[in-house]
Design a protein around this ligand. Sequence first.
Ligand SMILES: [Zn+2]
Length: 353
Amino acid sequence: MALHSLMKKATQNPYRVLDDPAFWTPAFCRAFFDWCDAQAFDVPSGQLVRGDLALELAKRTGDQHTIAKGHGVKASAFRVVSLYDYAEAELATAFSHAGSCSCCLGELYRRAGILRIHERLFKESVPLFDTAIEHCAKNNSRDGVGRALVSRGAALCLLGQIDEALQDEHRALSLLSPLSPQFYHLGVLTNIAACLVTGSDDHFAHAERYCRQFREYLEGLDGFTILRIRLSWAHGAILVRLGERKRGLQMLRKARKALIHARCDSEVIAITADISHIYCDTRRYHLIVELVREVLETLGDVSGARPLLEKLLHKAQRERRETRESALELRAAVAAVIPCLCRGSEAMAFSTP
Ligand SMILES: [Zn+2]
């Protein structure tokens, strides 16, 4: 049976992968492991169960490379639920199965690096990613190098090495396979955005170019809907920051419409706060009133943001200078993948898939 239909069956009921030998192949395991890693972002609470499943499935194949990688998936599952000691022990087991095989080591060193980042050992994570990249290159895995670069970029960003971090993210995009799970691509975008939070105008100029190339990359591909919207969001904010207000605002408003359509409620509020903040610069308060009214009418209550939306509306209706503070207060109250790029003092976010 084709890999695609096997995956469809497996995602409907993951437990069946242990019962049917049709699933017990290294090729299926690779796809299943990717799915497990991706699920960690949507439903982190079920990750330990998926980690166990991944390892049990790997053992069914009897293939040492797949077993090594299965232990790697389980190690990352422990990391997702912050059981770092268990993750370390599981990785040690994974390495013992990998021997000197570059196809396994490339992946395991990347997982080890990500674990270090979560343990806040940023400096220690970088040489692990370097080793991962060496092994993936030795194994001619462009996608593997790309995946490791996404995370090394995050580590460098956290170390304040913004130029190097941006270079890694940009290179990652040229190497990642379009078939790689979307969160790797999303990682590129959010890490570029995270770099900009502490970066200078020079970095914004680089990132503007990267955003354009990112759009070109996505042009020939299906799917990636939410990623495209978030890319327009980041790109629009970057353009405004670089002084191209009109084009930037157009992009932001388009992204906002798409987020409303996709029912990404907390992101709708976040981008509304971003746009309001920008309108404050030119005192176009009536436009803020329009946007906030629309949000209040169309969205349900998102994480208790309604009082803050009403406060912003109130200030904007009276054309108060504190409208700006209200917009920032609202922005800080909701979770969004794209950080506020309007000014450089927000908390830094990063993504390590
Ligand atoms: Zn191997």
